[in-house]
Design a protein around this ligand. Structure first.
Ligand code: ZN
Length: 55
């Protein structure tokens, strides 16, 4: 559990190899984006809109 966080998560990989998640609101899969490179682990929803629709 003391592993350092990868600096360039997703970097140098093919787009098809990027991680993806399913948005719990719209039930659609979404893939890793550069904007999330620092907080991908905490990203749950595909968009701000879905996040605000969550509750
Ligand atoms: Zn969504």
């Amino acid at each position: 559990m003391s592993k350092p966080v990868a600096k360039s998560f997703g970097g140098g990989k093919k787009p098809s190899e990027r991680p993806s998640k399913i948005c719990p609101v719209c039930k659609k899969p979404f893939t890793w984006r550069k904007a999330w490179r620092n907080n991908w682990d905490t990203v749950i929803y595909c968009s701000e809109r879905c996040r605000s629709n969550a509750k």
